[in-house]
Write a protein that binds this ligand. Sequence first.
Ligand code: SF4
Length: 154
Amino acid sequence: MVKYYNFDIVFAEVPDEVTLAINISNCPNRCVGCHSPHLQQDVGQVLDEIELQALINTYVGDITCVCFMGGDATPKEIETLSLFVKKQFPTIKTAWYSGKSMLPDTVSASSYDYIKLGGYNSADGPLNKQTTNQKMYRIVDGKMEDITAKFWKK
Ligand code: SF4
């Protein structure tokens, strides 16, 4: 079961998109220096298709992307929710922030428009640091194109 702690409209998490970012709880990762330890707990509200549709309906017209922030405990369920968004809202893109370094074999990259891979490592820094261990990919024709450099200001 997928649960979410809260959500926000954000501008920096996915390049060139206005994003409804939904913070998924019950994170199984234990990143050293975790920036959101509350998301490691099994807390929050159930995120099913009805709840997701209601959230998007509130912001449709204002957002260009829906991003699932986490969900590594239930990657297939997150993928199913992404495909639901694509079916119900064909003009809205989807993104997944995973804390794993590799995409699970069971998940298809083409279920998303963007995928972030990599756990948080405070020594390497977040995506906007050139030292980051994390990578952001844009999915084009099912292929993962590394666009991490878009986070680095010139
Ligand atoms: S992926 Fe890492 S940083 Fe993010 S909530 Fe989970 S443990 Fe914390």
